[in-house]
Write a new protein. Sequence first.
Length: 287
Amino acid sequence: MNTVPRQETSPHAPEEPLRQRMRQFYETSERYKGLLAEHDEAYHKPFVELVNRYAPPHSRVLELGCGNGIASRLLNRSGHHVIGTDISALFLGEAEKWQQTVTHDGEHNLEYRVCDVLELPFQDEMFDVVCSNELIEHVPDAGAALSEMIRVTRKGGRIIICGPNLCSPLMPLIDLLRLIRGKPGRPFWGETKRQAFSNSVRNFHLYLKKRLSSKPQFLYREPELGGQVFGGDGDSAYYANPIDLEKYFRHHGLRIVRRCVGFSAKGKLMSICFPRVSLYISMVVKR
Ligand SMILES: C[S@@+](CC[C@H](N)C(=O)[O-])C[C@H]1O[C@@H](n2cnc3c(N)ncnc32)[C@H](O)[C@@H]1O
């Protein structure tokens, strides 16, 4: 990786200034808002279908880090009572604009709230389902975020977490193959052949280390918040991966219902053969 890990594990809360800087970034980045606008309904469909598969009818659903709120809206259309939340009032403003201009059946059970996943303003066990897509890699304290998710989920309820597996050795290997074939790699993660190769080796070591450890080992990075935002998770703060999540949830007495679901045909095959190194996290947990 082209950045230096900020800390190896998460025994302490990260320093406050980073948390504030990240909040300010999401509250003000018009360019990031533009990138989120590229995520249309088709983009959110696999995530929404996964949540629907595990949410009983008319569930109380909390979506965390919902950006401009499209997935929350789709979940609401499926008949659930949904609260879509995000740290950014700027991004949620798009969701609220939509609510003011369009009338759909069932939309009265849809609400948006600005809040930080690290300090959720909800009572214990309020929700049947707590879900997030592409959020966990953006938090500077993954343990605190997971603890809040558990707290607000009712006993017997589900937690569903999706997003990129930033510790997958396969992800940079794919970048390397693309670069060898003369195609571009990914910004930040595999821009050059050397970077893609060293990241793949590094992630393989991480995979082994994490598998052998009895506890989750949350590994952080300094997010790229200044200047241009290129997408490609440059703003991520946590090297998200399913092994940490699995260990954290098990350690807190939760049951892993699906370690990895997989969305595409290839993803499904990966989820069966190599659930912990697949490119995407798609984990379902029962409280
Ligand atoms: C990559 S975007 C994903 C947005 C949406 N889920 C999607 O798939 O389009 C990450 C989102 O997480 C939000 N976010 C980052 N840190 C957060 C935090 N601490 N609490 C709540 N939301 C946060 C950002 O504002 C942003 O909307």
